[in-house]
Ligand binder design. Structure first.
Ligand SMILES: Cc1cc2nc3c(=O)[nH]c(=O)nc-3n(C[C@H](O)[C@H](O)[C@H](O)COP(=O)(O)OP(=O)(O)OC[C@H]3O[C@@H](n4cnc5c(N)ncnc54)[C@H](O)[C@@H]3O)c2cc1C
Length: 379
């Protein structure tokens, strides 16, 4: 009997997992004992970190796109199809108008934007959490020469929790280098009583925002946007006038997860160490789709994919899986246009951002270039 492993989602987690399995299980796949299928609802793999740089004219959306066919090992059955439903009792998926059986399922469906949950968000705010959104913001930033820029973190959890801090620090630097900063005020809003969900990153960020003259509004939960008046209102009753509003929009998980009854908000509850679904047999979730409280970051998706690859390898070899995820996350953090720091942490160790340097900025850019090799499992 062939053990059928189905992976839904050809983003960071799904591709790293598929390639890792193809390498580990090559003998079994070649012998027909294991089949690995990767389903994705589009032909391209998208590397989202590029969008931060698109907003400042440093990269093009195309720099973050590559055909999945070029990235995924030939041993993997790559299926460019949306999965429309999952039946965890029957162990089947609906995709491409047919039904496909699985023995082990991995959900790696990522996050999506929910721009309709806040009044006025679609019309009134820009963001950099999408290809076209980041190019629209780039055009707007280029013509923005004076006024009040507000960056409002509306949704939590959201992808790359440090990206809003990166954005305002890069914007500060970018406007300064163009001689515009004196005519532009910048305000950063965050929904809880500090500048970031992680208290150590928040402590690090607060003085850095102050020294750059970036105003901060904490406990600011955006409720409504009035684009005609340029007014952002919070549930706490604070009103902010803006000339350019950049948001981190609310996120949800994939519709597939809610529709298939695997998680009400589109995230799947999994054990934080084994990444196995708590309520469904033979189902894992990794990356953004997994509800385990670690940041929705590509690095976390990558580490989790490696763990699940080891666990599935043990399973198909009739061994007890022992690999576990320790919560590891690593993120470079841009602190301007040519300086960065990084944070590395896990379930037992807190982040401790170091002194920013040009070397770390270049390390982040170098990582972005080498990502394509990492995704293929070559680094
Ligand atoms: C602006 C920005 C900057 C970022 N910077 C960083 C950074 O510096 N470092 C970092 O670690 N992370 C960063 N991230 C976060 C990182 O990109 C995500 O956390 C990561 O992509 C999550 O990987 P994933 O595999 O879970 O999901 P994704 O990479 O989003 O992949 C999910 C895939 O599943 C597909 N899919 C969804 N539903 C279905 C379905 N029903 N059927 C078939 N396919 C489906 C999607 O189309 C997509 O291809 C950033 C994100 C953004 C937006």
């Amino acid at each position: 009997m062939t053990h059928r492993i189905a992976i839904i989602g050809g983003g960071t987690g799904g591709v790293v997992l598929a390639n890792n399995l193809a390498e580990r299980l090559a003998p079994e796949i070649d012998a027909g004992e294991v089949a690995v299928s990767l389903f994705n609802d589009g032909e391209d793999h998208i590397y989202k970190p590029v969008w931060l740089y698109v907003a400042f004219g440093q990269r093009e959306p195309a720099d973050g796109r590559r055909p999945l066919a070029e990235l995924v090992d030939d041993r993997v059955d790559l299926r460019i199809e949306r999965v429309d439903d999952i039946d965890t009792e029957e162990k089947t998926l609906s995709a491409g108008g047919g039904t496909v059986g699985y023995d082990s399922l991995v959900i790696a469906t990522g996050s999506q934007m929910d721009t309709e949950s806040i009044d006025g968000l679609d019309e009134g705010g820009y963001h950099f959490y999408g290809e076209s959104a980041s190019t629209e913001l780039r055009d707007e930033l280029l013509s923005f020469t004076e006024g009040h820029l507000v960056l409002s973190v509306i949704g939590n959890p959201h992808m790359c929790p440090v990206a809003p801090l990166e954005f305002v620090m890069m914007a500060d630097d970018w406007f300064r280098s163009r001689g515009l900063r004196e005519d532009i005020d910048i305000t950063y809003t965050y929904p809880i009583m500090r500048t970031h969900g992680n208290e150590h990153i928040a402590e690090w960020a607060r003085p850095r925002l102050a020294e750059r003259d970036i105003a901060v509004e904490t406990m600011f939960n955006a409720e409504a946007i009035d684009p005609s008046d340029g007014m952002l209102t919070s549930m706490e009753g604070t009103e902010l006038d803006y000339d350019l509003l950049v948001t981190i929009p609310p996120h949800t998980g994939s519709d597939l997860i809610t529709q298939a009854g695997l998680g009400e908000t589109g995230w799947v509850d999994v054990d934080s160490h084994t990444l196995e679904a708590t309520e469904f047999d033979d189902v894992y979730a990794i990356g953004d789709a997994a509800a385990i409280g670690v940041p929705k970051a590509g690095s976390a998706a990558h580490y989790q994919a490696n763990v699940v690859a080891k666990r599935l390898t043990s399973t198909v070899r009739d061994q007890q899986p022992t690999a576990t995820y320790d919560g590891k996350t690593l993120c470079f953090v841009e602190t301007g246009m040519d300086e960065a720091t990084y944070v590395s942490f896990d379930y037992n160790n807190d982040p401790s951002p170091g002194r920013p340097s040009r070397t770390l900025h270049w390390s982040k850019l170098a990582y972005n270039e080498s990502y394509w090799l990492t995704a293929r499992g070559l680094l």
